[in-house]
Design a protein around this ligand. Structure first.
Ligand code: HAM
Length: 473
């Protein structure tokens, strides 16, 4: 093996200067060609409320996915994926008429055969359908599943509120025990904590169906006396779906909501004890929570425990990144009646959903405030190639190293060494491998220490061993 140590000044190398010129010419030519190709076709814009997830944000999205996967593996949740399109009635029956999601936000259309289909506005309904149709009740209970993917709600777009958004959700079936509610909350809380986002859980119990029936009589009586202060929608809700008034975000309704009778006072002893036990578990796990007597959630299927997750800084009534109180990073609760309502055997269940775009917004805010840094994901090694033969060989070297566990950054769109070294520098690579025509013929390769500029020529066969040594240092 040749192991010569040299220090090369890139700028003074005449051979490379020629190459630089040549490459500049090539690049100019590309621009000129691009100029000629300027199209007159009108570009098609993105639909309102839809967003591209771009490579520049890959750090966030990959990190969220891997964190979700790790947390779910640890807690024994299996991955499930249900279709984006379902029979529209599945969502109407689960989420409920009178909810914003069903009445105003769901994408429903007629399919080519005339049937009505809906684009999933949430995971829970589809997962319950799947639980029933695959007979998962016969599996050992609890059956725990996690989901990841896009959801669709024709909402009024603004920061943190989109028409296509992405969510991470967990659902678990078959056990009615405060420990399950607590575990569900813990998974959501710790997923966010692992990402570096500290949160508070807003929590309430809306009791069983029977508890609620008594409460609703009281609530309707109260709301009737306050009718004139309510928004138009809430006036309609008094008779149609009075609990939804408590979920209204209109400014005019807030005082009425604050002074409304509290659902907690209508809970049976059993529901109260159940809820107290959930809180005890949270205390034990040191998960911070706030009791919120008006929290009922915007979906109809909940029973007993309901919760929402807010960033630590978002004070009550001061949303962290969007107007209208839409700052919850996630929400969930128990839904013990839904499996039966959708045709399955009575099965208790609970779960949560987290809005991933909102997590990214919370994350960015922390980075802007200097509370968090993005980890460097670029490879420590970069490969620069010079000349036709070296370009050809470089892909093989990159792949061989990848198979041996070493990822090598590269840019086959560049031919000049200077340009490639600049990229290596920008990506904070510790070493740049340089492969020119001479190295191809000698079956060697140059390893350049990016900090000192010192270069070594090594045998290509010993490249992996040399890199291992350097990376260990
Ligand atoms: P959700 O509260 O309707 O609950 O949605 C969960 C989360 O999705 C919200 O907290 C929010 O972060 C995000 N989200 C909702 N709408 C939008 C939107 N238009 N744009 C961006 N993000 C949004 C559910 O969906 C329930 N299925 C959760 C659940 C699972 N409950 C029991 N199991």
């Amino acid at each position: 093996m040749t192991n010569k140590k040299t220090k090369v000044n890139v700028k003074k190398d005449p051979k490379k200067a020629v190459k630089r010129k040549a490459s500049a010419k090539t690049e100019n030519k590309e621009v000129a060609t691009a100029d000629v190709k300027v199209s007159k076709v009108k570009t098609i814009s993105l639909l309102r409320g839809m967003k591209d997830i771009l490579p520049k944000d890959q750090y966030f999205w990959k990190k969220m996915y891997h964190t979700a996967e790790d947390v779910c593996d640890a807690y024994g949740y299996g991955y499930i994926e249900t279709p984006i399109l379902e029979d529209a009635s599945l969502f109407v029956k689960s989420i409920g008429r009178g909810t914003d999601v069903v009445d105003k936000e769901m994408y429903v259309f007629e399919d080519r055969d005339g049937s009505k289909v809906g684009m999933r506005p949430e995971f829970t309904a589809g997962v319950v359908r799947s639980y029933i149709s695959h007979g998962m009740l016969s599996l050992p209970q609890p059956t725990k599943v996690w989901c990841w993917g896009p959801l669709f709600r024709h909402d009024r777009p603004q920061a943190g509120r989109y028409r296509q958004f992405h969510s991470f959700g967990c659902e678990n079936f078959g056990v009615h025990d405060p420990a399950m509610d607590a575990e569900t909350i813990s998974v959501a809380y710790n997923f966010l904590l692992d990402l570096g986002i500290k949160t508070n859980i807003h929590i309430n119990s809306i009791g069983t169906l029977e508890d609620r029936q008594n409460y609703i009589i009281e609530l309707v009586g109260y709301l009737r006396t306050k009718r004139s202060y309510l928004c138009e929608n809430c006036r309609k809700r008094i008779s149609k779906n009075p609990l939804r008034v408590l979920d209204c975000k209109e400014e005019s309704c807030q005082t009425v909501i604050e002074e409304a009778p509290q659902i907690i006072d209508w809970l049976s002893e059993a529901s109260k004890n159940y809820f107290m036990k959930v809180l005890e578990y949270l205390d034990e796990m040191e998960i911070p929570y706030v009791l919120k007597s008006t929290l009922v959630r915007g979906l109809d299927y909940y029973t007993e425990t309901v919760f929402e997750i807010y960033t630590e800084e978002s004070e009550e009534g001061s949303p962290s990144f969007s107007e209208g109180g839409q700052s919850a990073l996630g929400g969930g609760g128990r839904y013990d009646l839904l499996v039966e309502e959708l045709g399955g055997q009575a099965t208790p269940a609970c779960g949560f959903g987290i809005g991933l775009e909102r997590v990214v917004l919370a994350w960015r805010k922390q980075i802007e405030e200097g509370k968090m840094e993005i980890e460097d994901v670029n490879s420590k090694i970069f490969l620069a190639q010079l000349g036709e033969q070296a370009r050809m060989k470089s892909l093989k070297i990159i792949e061989n190293l990848r198979q041996e566990g070493i990822i090598v950054g590269h840019n086959l769109g560049k031919t000049a060494l200077k340009a490639q070294l600049e990229i290596a520098d920008k990506q904070k690579s510790a070493y740049c491998l340089i492969l020119g025509q001479k190295e191809v013929q000698d079956k060697t390769i140059i390893i350049r220490d990016m900090e000192s500029g010192i270069q070594e020529i090594v045998d290509q066969k010993k490249l992996k061993t040399e890199l291992d040594k350097k990376l260990k240092k």
